[in-house]
Design a protein around this ligand. Sequence first.
Ligand SMILES: *Cc1c(COP(=O)(O)O)cnc(C)c1O
Length: 425
Amino acid sequence: MNRERSKQLYGAAREIIPGGVNSPARSWGAVGGNPLFLTRGSGSRVWDTDGNEYIDYVCSWGPLILGHANDRVVSAITQAAADGTSFGAPTERENEIARLVVDAYESIEMVRFVNSGTEATMSALRLARAYTGRSKIVKFEGGYHGHSDALLVAAGSGALAHGVPDSAGVTASFAQDTLLGVFNDLSSVEAHFDAFPEDIACVIVEPIAGNMGVVPPQEGFLQGLRDLTEKHNSLLIFDEVITGFRVEYGGAQQRFGITADITCLGKIIGGGMPVGAYGGSAEIMATVAPLGGMYQAGTLSGNPVAMAAGIATLEQLQEPDVYNALGAKAASLAAGLQEVFAEAEVPLRINRVGSMMTLFFNAGEVTGWETVSASDREGFGRFFHRMLGEGVYLPPSPFEAMFVSTAHSDADIEATISAARRALA
Ligand SMILES: *Cc1c(COP(=O)(O)O)cnc(C)c1O
């Protein structure tokens, strides 16, 4: 497989873009080698600039639940763009997509659209602080909520893979109000509430961790967070930027039957365009300007092209049986891979919820940051490169989620399992 052109472009990129990439996870720092420059995607497939074809399990890191260049999404985007790409005035599409989100989530009566998941979580924190009048927040080790200052503490895959615990440039004064909890360990959160019973504005959590690899919540963990926050008049924020419209139409909240006070969304709701959103009860959202005193704005927020892509995506996800079919496909992929690894006697732990999963090169159970960190990074790196040679594009890090889309066929799943068998040989 020739990848010369990607290599050349990466070299050129590194002269004018830091590390050659516009987001660090794309640099392949965790697996070594040169990132592929991609030129085209269609359904489950992507093509690199040297013309090589791959079955794609990155799916833009989550947004592309319908696969690449979905017909209805592309035509919605094209039509919206032809009518003007931005107005800075309200448009009807914003009502439409807000209605779709409000109808999907019991806990959301009002929703504000922004341009990225980072903006959604950053705004949600400000909202929680404004609404409660408190300053401290609790987040979890290995939980990633975008790159705003207060949330860049022990922030998961990027930091874990690159060996940088926290970001430079985040001052102690920003980080001091961020308390760290241990995912799947309620007592770690209780301890913070014991120490600061009246100061914690919110607990923010990925209800299914997806940024230290997929780590599902253990029985009682999310309910425990719900009870603790309620007891202390603190807010519970579910960062459903990955899980929203991914694990169920109504996200993790529908899957586990637990409601958050504020929900952050992104990725899938933009259908591959830059979008984020945060929402909650009408009472909480009344704090947001211009209704209330918590300021948050955006020149391109609610952008018509992005809204069109999101609407076309959510509408297709309402079709019957979408989530069962996705889950079944991902389950057969997981089962096939597990078998192939067992045959090769390579330890593998697959954590999967619906169509999101991670292949941990790990002999034991993976339940949080500590067990995640015990995975064999080099083993994963070798497997990643061999799979690439077999035409399968996995996330270039041992601590990321891989995604199955509705465009992945049973034949794709079979081909992936066969590729893994050859890769391990
Ligand atoms: C991707 C992600 C974000 C950040 O979203 P961006 O659009 O990359 O800013 C926040 N939270 C979670 C859980 C994510 O997976």
